[in-house]
Design a protein around this ligand. Structure first.
Ligand SMILES: Nc1ncnc2c1ncn2[C@@H]1O[C@H](COP(=O)(O)OP(=O)(O)OP(=O)(O)O)[C@@H](O)[C@H]1O
Ligand SMILES: [Mg+2]
Length: 224
């Protein structure tokens, strides 16, 4: 479903050129749950940004669902991103002015899904993540774990082919982290493909496959 081959990504930091991804080749199949680990600065977030079509590599080939991403126009790319990818971030990235329903519906704003269908889908997902009793609350009225549940519901609203989660439990205590991981595991069991970055072994254990990065390169892989 996702196939990177020989991906290179560099950044210009003043005079210096930083190689964030060096010759990275990774394949993620449908319904896999993959964790990406590695020390700070090893290129994990850069890799997620490439996978999520938020950033374009300098060289190499990225095929998403068989289509070469480099051959797509900006317009096509944003459509692909909207349709195929659900993002979850460490800091939730919710809009503070919107309540739970508003945040979950947000990705459908520029789609051809009408508002009543959007509300229906949002309410179903809010139920699925266990927040029906909170659906008219704003992010600041909720705990970190609840906010992350909102972000997960939002990530699911486009029925994405893959969920990309960059340290989804990075701002949560261990009990709440495990609850969020149980939810992601349940989604995986229902067929969802998930790629997740984490620093923690305990969190990586939830995945079937762990890819280890160092200095922009994939240096190892552990399978269940
Ligand atoms: N937009 C950018 N501009 C310049 N350099 C960048 C940019 N994004 C990333 N880098 C550099 O690329 C390298 C990889 O960064 P990246 O954010 O992918 O690491 P990471 O593995 O996600 O680290 P962390 O665990 O701290 O989140 C780092 O050296 C970083 O400084
Ligand atoms: Mg990062």
């Amino acid at each position: 479903m996702l196939a990177l081959s020989n991906i290179k990504k560099t950044f210009q930091n003043g005079e210096e050129i930083v190689t964030a991804l060096n010759n990275v080749s990774i394949e993620v199949k449908e319904n896999e749950f993959v964790a990406i680990m590695g020390s700070s600065g090893s290129g994990k977030s850069t890799l997620m940004n490439v996978l999520g079509c938020l950033d374009t590599p300098n060289s190499g080939v990225y095929k998403l669902g068989g289509n070469d991403v480099a051959s797509m126009s900006d317009d096509e790319l944003s459509k692909v991103r909207n349709k195929h990818i659900g993002f979850i971030f460490q800091t939730f990235h919710l809009l503070s002015k919107l309540d739970v329903v508003g945040n979950v519906k947000l990705p459908l704003r520029y789609s051809d899904v009408n508002d009543s269908e959007a509300s229906k889908r949002a309410n179903e997902l809010i139920e699925r993540v266990g927040l029906t009793h909170r659906k008219h609350h704003k992010p600041f009225e909720m705990s970190g774990g609840q906010r992350q549940r909102v972000a997960i519901a939002r990530a699911l609203i486009n029925k994405p082919s893959v969920i990309l989660a960059d340290e989804p439990t990075g701002n949560l205590d261990s009990k709440t982290s495990n609850e969020i991981m149980d939810l992601l595991t349940e989604l995986h069991h229902q067929g969802q493909t998930i790629v997740m970055v984490t620093h923690e072994d305990d969190i990586a254990k939830y995945a079937q496959r762990v890819i280890v990065m160092k200095d922009g390169e994939v240096i190892g892989e552990k399978n269940d």
